[in-house]
Design a protein around this ligand. Structure first.
Ligand SMILES: *Cc1c(COP(=O)(O)O)cnc(C)c1O
Length: 425
C-alpha cells in the first residue's frame, strides 16, 4: 500500500455502509478516482488491471467512447422521464432490439433497475400467469442448489438455502423447492418425477443457464440445461432463465440458453446490459406469457412499475452497448479467452489446497479446498497490480471481453504467483 487516503475518504468513510462487509473488521476500501479500458486508477496514482469488470458489468472495458458519447447526448436531451403514460425512443428502441436479439418469441420487455428486481418481476409474472389462468395454487418455484438470483426477498427464496448469503432469513422467505441440478440420467429421472408429482403446485423452474455465478462459478453442460428445459415443457411448468450474469457473451454464447436451444418462457438480463455504465435490467416474456395478461379486466395487468424503469440514460447506454456487440467481435473474444484463461491458470492445479481449475468463455476459476486468509489474498492481489475479489471457496476472474493478452497474462500470472505463496502460509 502506498500514499495516505484522500481527505474525502477519511471524512466520510464511516458513513458509507458497504456491501457484504463486516464494517467492524474490514480493511478500509481502496479510493478509486477514474477508470479507462481494463484499468481502475486509485487516488495515489496506482492503476489496477480489473479482473472482474466491476461485478461482470463492464464487458467493453470502462469508459468506452461510443457509450460515453451516447450518455452525453442523452444527458443533454432528457436524463429521465417516467414511463407511466409516456414512452421515449431509447426504451422503445432498446425493447425492439432486445426482442430481435433474443431467441424464439421472447418479444415483450419489462425494464427495471437491477438484476434482483428483474428476478422479482419474473417470479411475480410467473405467479400471476397462473392466477390469470385460474390456477392460483401453482405458486412454488423449483430452484437449484448453488443458485444465486439476487438479494431481495423473492430472489433470496430461490437462492441456495445453505450456502450463499441468505441462510439467516430462512423462516422469513416463501418456501420453494430446492434440488440438485440433474446432471445424470438417474438424477434427471428424479427431477422429472418431482415435476410430474407436484406440477399442480409449481409455477416455474428458475435456472442460471450454464454457469451458476455468485454461488461459486459452477458450470453445467448444455445437455443438462436442455434436459431441464425439456422437463419443464413436458410438465407445463414455466422455465425462467436468469441470464443476469451469463448474458451478453460471458459464456461464449451471446445468451447461454442458446447453447442448448433452451428458449425460456421468461428471461432476466442485467449486469452487462449497459456495458457497465448505468444500472438497468429487464425481464423478457414470450408471447404466450404476455398474452396471459391481456384482458378487459384491469386486475389481469402486470402490477409492477419501478420509478426509474427504462431510465433514458441507461437505455441509451444499453443501445450503444448493443451497437458494439454488432460491430465488434465480442462473443468471439469471449470464446478465445477460454483457452487463454485455462492455460494461464493451469499451474494452480498442482498447488496444495487447490481442488479444481476451470474456464468457460470469459470466466476462469481456481477452486480451493477451503477459503483461508481471504483479506491477505485480496491485499496481495492489489499489491500485484490486479483487482480480484475471491469469495466463497474460489479465486475467479471475469475480465472485460476486450481484455488484451497482456492483461490476461498479468491477471493469471498474479493468481498463480499469489496462490503459490498462499499454499505455503
Ligand atoms: C448479480 C445477479 C443478480 C442480481 O443482480 P443485482 O443487479 O445485483 O440486483 C441476479 N441473478 C444473477 C444470476 C446475478 O448474477
Amino acid at each position: 500500500m502506498s500514499g495516505s487516503p484522500p481527505a474525502w475518504l477519511k471524512a466520510g468513510q464511516r458513513h458509507l455502509w458497504r456491501p457484504y462487509t463486516q464494517m467492524q473488521t474490514a480493511p478500509p476500501p481502496l479510493p478509486a478516482v477514474s477508470t479507462h479500458g481494463t484499468r481502475i486508477r486509485l487516488a495515489d496514482g496506482r492503476e489496477l488491471v480489473d479482473g472482474i469488470a466491476s461485478w461482470w458489468t463492464a464487458c467493453h472495458g470502462y469508459n468506452h467512447p461510443h457509450i460515453t458519447a451516447a450518455l452525453e447526448r442523452q444527458a443533454r436531451a432528457m436524463p429521465h422521464v417516467m414511463l407511466g403514460g409516456l414512452a421515449h425512443e431509447p426504451a422503445v428502441t432498446l425493447a425492439r432490439r432486445l426482442a430481435a436479439l433474443l431467441p424464439g418469441d421472447l418479444d415483450h420487455v419489462f425494464f427495471s433497475d437491477s438484476g434482483s428486481v428483474a428476478v422479482e418481476v419474473a417470479l411475480k409474472m410467473a405467479l400471476q400467469f397462473w392466477i390469470n389462468a385460474g390456477r392460483p395454487e401453482r405458486r412454488r418455484f423449483v430452484a437449484f442448489r448453488d443458485a444465486y438470483h439476487g438479494d431481495t426477498m423473492g430472489a433470496m427464496s430461490v437462492c441456495d438455502p445453505d450456502e450463499g448469503m441468505h441462510h439467516l432469513f430462512h423462516g422469513h422467505l416463501p418456501e420453494q423447492i430446492i434440488v440438485d441440478l440433474p446432471r445424470s440420467p438417474a438424477a434427471l429421472a428424479d427431477f422429472e418425477a418431482l415435476l410430474a408429482g407436484r406440477r399442480d403446485e409449481i409455477a416455474g423452474v428458475i435456472i442460471e443457464p450454464l454457469v451458476q455465478g455468485a454461488g461459486g462459478m459452477k458450470f453445467h453442460d448444455a445437455e443438462t440445461l436442455a434436459a431441464v428445459r425439456r422437463a419443464a415443457a413436458a410438465h407445463d411448468v414455466l422455465f425462467i432463465a436468469d441470464e443476469v450474469f451469463t448474458g451478453f457473451g460471458r459464456t461464449r454464447h451471446l445468451f447461454a440458453c442458446q447453447a442448448a436451444d433452451a428458449t425460456p418462457d421468461i428471461l432476466c438480463i442485467g449486469k452487462a446490459l449497459t456495458g457497465g455504465a448505468v444500472g438497468l435490467a429487464a425481464t423478457v416474456a414470450t408471447r404466450r406469457v404476455y398474452e396471459a395478461f391481456l384482458s378487459e379486466d384491469p386486475e389481469k395487468a402486470l402490477m409492477h412499475g419501478p420509478t426509474y424503469m427504462g431510465n433514458p440514460l441507461a437505455c441509451a447506454a444499453a443501445n450503444a452497448s448493443l451497437d458494439l456487440f454488432e460491430t465488434e467481435p465480442r462473443v468471439d473474444q469471449a470464446a478465445a479467452m477460454e483457452a487463454v484463461l485455462a492455460d494461464g491458470l493451469e499451474p494452480c492445479r498442482g498447488l496444495p489446497g487447490v481442488v479444481d481449475v476451470r474456464a468457460k468463455g470469459a470466466i476462469g476459476v481456481v477452486q480451493l479446498a477451503e477459503m483461508r486468509q481471504l483479506d491477505w489474498l485480496r491485499t496481495r492481489f492489489v499489491e500485484e497490480g490486479v483487482w480480484l475479489r475471491p469469495f466463497g471457496d474460489i479465486v475467479y476472474m471475469t475480465p472485460a471481453l476486450v481484455a488484451s493478452e497482456d492483461d490476461l497474462a498479468t491477471l493469471t500470472g498474479a493468481v498463480v504467483g499469489v496462490l503459490t505463496e498462499w499454499a505455503d502460509l
